[in-house]
Write a protein that binds this ligand. Structure first.
Ligand SMILES: C[S@@+](CC[C@H](N)C(=O)[O-])C[C@H]1O[C@@H](n2cnc3c(N)ncnc32)[C@H](O)[C@@H]1O
Length: 226
């Protein structure tokens, strides 16, 4: 097995398996612990978690060649729609011990699993809250460098902008997973992405947008700057 760092993104790795296939990976901050059944591999004393693009839209966006991944060592990240921590745990690996991932989740069922993940990772903080109301968690969250959002709601753009106004540093980044079917099932996904991007452009700079097919159907990933 061979490991190389991704050419553009710090803390993102390629693991070349013995059969010659290449997989994305992050260094496991909680040695020996899996979050979603992902494969763990050890190379030269370092444990890596293979990062599944069919389970994590951020991995899918990297494989689709997104221009920037602003989540890196030492960054403070507000993660909206953390579910049971699949992608949030990889974000925690990326920011490392010097960074922090605040994980907001509205539903208590996935939050139960998220609590277990956070208990093993001191740089992850679970928050049971509705991301539509940033004031309900503003006492728990500081200003952040990055907001990552994946809530699959009809008003996902408005939810992002409310949190950008409340928590994002000037010059900070947002990563938005847009799910077309959550916004309007009757419209063409590309039409929906265009409309949402027009809304976002009034408040932020759009750095890149990628359609996530074939990893996620009818999804786009956007990277934005405040
Ligand atoms: C597609 S899943 C997220 C998957 C996760 N981001 C990952 O890659 O591991 C969407 C999650 O957003 C949560 N969610 C939906 N609306 C929300 C809201 N208003 N505030 C916070 N979380 C919300 C859902 O309960 C669900 O767990």
């Amino acid at each position: 097995m061979k490991v190389t760092e991704h050419k553009r993104f710090e803390s993102v790795y390629w693991v070349e398996l013995d059969d010659g296939t290449r997989k994305l990976a992050t260094v496991n901050l909680a040695r020996g612990c899996q979050v979603y059944g992902e494969r763990l591999v050890e190379v030269q004393g370092v444990e890596y978690r293979l990062w599944d693009p069919y389970r994590s839209k951020l991995a899918a966006a990297i494989l689709k060649n997104i221009k920037e991944v602003p989540i890196g060592p030492g960054k403070r990240v507000l993660y909206l729609g953390a579910a049971s921590g699949t992608t949030a745990s990889h974000a925690a690996d990326l920011v490392g011990q010097g960074g922090c991932v605040y994980c907001v989740e509205i539903s208590s069922r996935p939050l139960r699993d998220l609590l277990v993940v956070c208990a093993k990772r001191p740089n992850m903080a679970p928050i049971l809250a509705d991301a539509r109301h940033p004031c309900t968690y503003c006492a728990l969250v500081e200003k952040v460098d990055v907001i990552y959002q994946d809530v699959a709601q009809p008003d996902q753009t408005d939810i992002l902008l409310a949190n950008v106004n409340a928590f994002l540093e000037e010059g900070g980044h947002a990563i938005l997973a847009l799910k077309a079917r959550s916004i309007d099932v009757t419209k063409e996904p590309r039409e929906i992405f265009r409309d949402e991007m027009e809304k976002l452009e009034k408040e932020m700079e759009i750095i890149d947008a990628k359609i996530l097919d074939p990893y996620e159907k009818d999804h786009a990933m956007l990277v934005l700057r405040k």
